[in-house]
Design a protein around this ligand. Sequence first.
Ligand code: ZN
Length: 485
Amino acid sequence: MKKFRPQPGFVVQAYRFALDPNAAQEHALRSHCGAARAAYNWAVGWVEASWWQRRAEESYGIAEEQLTQWRPWSLPSLRKAFNEGKHTDPRFAAWWEENSKEAYSTGLANAAAAFDNYAKSKQGKRRGRKMGAPRFKSKRKARLSCRFTTGTIRVEAGGRHVTLPRLGTIRVHEPTVKLLDRVRAGTARILSATVRHERGRWFVSFQAEVERDLDRVARPDASVGIDLGVKTLAVMADSTGEIRTVPNPNHYDRARKQLRRASRTVSRRQRPDRRTGQKPSKRWEKANAARNKVHHRVADLREDALHKLTTAVAAEYGTVVIEDLNVAGMLRNRRLARRIADAGFGEIRRHLDYKTRQRHATRTIVADRWYPSSKTCSGCGAVKAKLPLHIRTYECDACHLVIDRDDNAALNLAALAAAVVTGTGVAGDQDTAPAVSKPRGADQKTRATRTRRKASAGRAGGATLPHQRQTETRDRTQAEALLLW
Ligand SMILES: [Zn+2]
């Protein structure tokens, strides 16, 4: 699908509200999301049927050009085939009318996108990890979600209800005034709405085209480098040399402790087991609900802290520099996964990118992944060959500067801004952001001194390819670096 390109002055923005559906509405929400999943699975099966047909023909020795054609997976062709078959298909005939057609469109559009991604990945036209062929979504694992693009989608006048096609008017947990005011003033137009079930709650997210005046940043000439931490949320250094440490949100550690406790309680009670057909006990259900509630709070605290940090940073500085951390790679490391996911590195970067761009027309620069922010002296620019991870204070051999390790890294990132401000002036989309590469002739980041070969060999259950091990080690090095900062 084509990326939406708004006109200048307009941005596409999401407004998200927690829903408070009644029992009938909750049922309808589940039904719609289930319908989206069923349509997705139908599309995957329908397209793949032609693949199996081809396989069979190949086994009879039929020539390549005479094989059955792949069935087209564009959204219009999927929609056409689905609409022709839904009246008679035993999987849909009895109940397809119960849900909005948008539910089926959601599934078909997702399937079309999945096949597109698979094809592009196979042809080498897609960046990132290799995509497999789309697979069926399981009823138990699939995230419940459904998107509405047409029909009655609006926020109600009282500011406490929203209306969605077929689902009707649903109460929300929080006032919708921010969006409502804009819609009334004619500065926002709702494009679509997505309902989603997350951690035991339903949410609706409105995508709206919003006319925004750009806000001037407080210090347009200043730049800031942000070094993301684990023990603290972040260390920031600006171009005047001022350093600020941003702590983790209040109550955060306490909430996490509560979460651990709640999880322990859940695990002691009789849980559902599919293999034996065991039903969960009432006590398990109660404990699980309690755990979900704490879970929600931890996630909310984190989200709130990230938004406050990124909003403030975007409103203050003309240029923001942030490190490119290999988040996906680090998340594969189990020991650190939680801490890194908690700190929400990917989120910080995403927030900064859109907030600087959409609200202030400033930019976020993403430093090269191997830029040695920790090993470079922020005073004279000398680069250490090695800086073991446990050393928390940077001492320069050339100019004898002594500085905290994190502060030094943040200062280096801030200094990077000056190096690129003169370069291409396009604001940093993830794709267009200039990656700043080794301005001081530096090499890679410190490799891990201790590598846990044993663990990785045991996990793979066989020989690891040399390049594979190298990447793993590299991911782990960064992850370890984060832990020790
Ligand atoms: Zn120095």
